[in-house]
Design a protein around this ligand. Structure first.
Ligand code: HEM
Length: 154
């Protein structure tokens, strides 16, 4: 496996996901700012591109890693932080990505039947943004536990 560039024991793809995900998280905060200054078209574009890029990064990198490293050890090893962090991250991450895709469909298209379109956009968007950052922090914790030796056992 190729060595990473952040100086930890992580392979290159993991360093890439880490940087990509942090950048996307900051991008979402910037997108929220765009909504704040009433640039709603730019806001919609910014958030949509990030949510879709994130879906790609889940399907291409995180899901395969989860299937080979984590799911075979569930539930037997869930007591260990190595697996517990990754499992919590993946569970909340799944909910958050689905909620984000739902917001895109409900706010940006007329594909959804009238009844399930959003009324309280702001509350939904703020909640998902906050939960998204919790997922990023759980991802960073997973990275730290997996690739920075002895961090949790000193
Ligand atoms: C909003 C959604 C998500 C965000 C923002 C996010 C963010 C992150 C971040 C920052 C990392 C650390 C980089 C790394 O260790 O490679 C990470 C790693 C990881 N994520 Fe996610 N993630 C999301 C969704 C998911 C989902 C849905 C799953 C699984 C079903 C998942 C499974 C994993 C796994 C297994 C790792 C460790 C990858 C490895 O290093 O091999 N994530 N994620």
């Amino acid at each position: 496996m190729h060595e990473g560039f952040l100086g930890t024991a992580a392979p290159r793809y993991a360093d890439l996901i880490l940087l990509l995900e942090l950048t996307m998280g900051l991008g979402l905060l910037f997108g929220a700012f765009l909504a704040g200054i009433r640039k709603f078209r730019a806001h919609a574009w910014c958030q949509s591109v990030i949510v879709l890029m994130n879906a790609a990064s889940i399907v291409l990198f995180m899901l395969p890693s989860f299937r080979s490293h984590v799911s075979p050890r569930i539930p037997l090893k869930l007591g260990k932080s190595f697996y517990a962090l990754a499992a919590a991250h993946a569970a909340l991450g799944t909910v958050v990505e689905c909620a984000a895709l739902y917001i895109l469909l409900a706010a940006g298209t007329t594909l959804m039947p009238e009844k399930v379109r959003l009324v309280r956009y702001r509350l939904w968007m703020r909640t998902v943004l906050a939960a998204w950052w919790v997922v990023i922090l759980l991802g960073v914790a997973t990275y730290a536990r997996w690739y920075i030796p002895n961090l949790f056992r000193r």
